[in-house]
Design a binder for this molecule. Structure first.
Ligand SMILES: C[S@@+](CC[C@H](N)C(=O)[O-])C[C@H]1O[C@@H](n2cnc3c(N)ncnc32)[C@H](O)[C@@H]1O
Length: 210
């Protein structure tokens, strides 16, 4: 069962966007040449617009997010829909930045895997709930680092809101052991890493037949 994230909140002026922090990392995982890419739960489309691929598709369940994202670029195919049910096809690269925890984990990961072409690449930057001693040890790094980055960003004027006021957010997430267990079944061989700022990454090279 998913539980609520409990987290020490910084004062508003020191808060910042943890998803943006990992976007450059995510983009560096992409192959040099990408045919088709799908960004799932694209929000305002910042990641989708940054993906260098022949064709980029981005889907979001929020009509408002897609309305705003589609006003920023006509180089991305923007889709308003539910990734779990929308007819989407398959892609060389599938990305999900801070969106997998919006859907049930097993169903969501299975759907992302299904959308990844055989031989393709799935990259998730996700949120996990602090639950284990290792998670708590990571918080000893994350909490001061979060405040220091927030302070630096506030001083140089690049901080601010952790997310757009209209962006749908969910304050629940699975734990890393849950994520590892489900991934072992659905995306065997996926590389899952714990990161600072309450994020994990999952990188899965889909087998040639799946
Ligand atoms: C926290 S936001 C992250 C947005 C963006 N990826 C980013 O990092 O800025 C999660 C997004 O997932 C979208 N979302 C939630 N459930 C979805 C679903 N079933 N299908 C498609 N998008 C969904 C929400 O509407 C929201 O825009």
């Amino acid at each position: 069962m998913r539980q609520k994230q409990r987290r020490l909140q910084l004062p508003e002026q020191l808060r910042w966007n943890h998803n943006e922090w990992y976007r450059r990392w995510l983009l560096r995982q992409l192959p040099s040449r990408v045919g088709s890419a799908l960004d799932v739960g694209c929000g305002l489309g910042d990641l989708a617009r940054s993906i260098d691929a022949d064709e980029v598709t981005a889907i979001d369940a929020s009509a408002r997010m897609i309305e705003r994202a589609s006003a920023t670029s006509d180089e991305v195919r923007w889709i308003h829909g539910d990734v779990l049910t929308h007819d989407l096809g398959r892609y060389d690269v599938v990305t999900a930045e801070a969106s997998l925890h919006h859907v049930p984990l097993r169903e969501g990961l299975a759907r992302l895997a299904e959308l990844t072409k055989p031989g393709g690449l799935l990259i998730v930057i996700g949120l996990y709930m602090t639950a284990t001693p290792a998670d708590r040890a990571m918080e000893l790094v994350t909490l001061p680092a979060n405040a220091i980055v927030g302070l630096v960003k506030a001083l140089n004027g690049t901080g601010g809101k952790p997310h757009d006021a209209e962006m749908p957010v969910v304050m629940t997430a699975p734990t890393l052991p849950e994520i590892r267990a489900v991934a072992a079944e659905i995306t065997p061989g996926a590389r899952i890493r714990r990161h600072v700022f309450w994020r994990y990454s999952l990188v899965w090279h889909a087998p040639e037949v799946h």
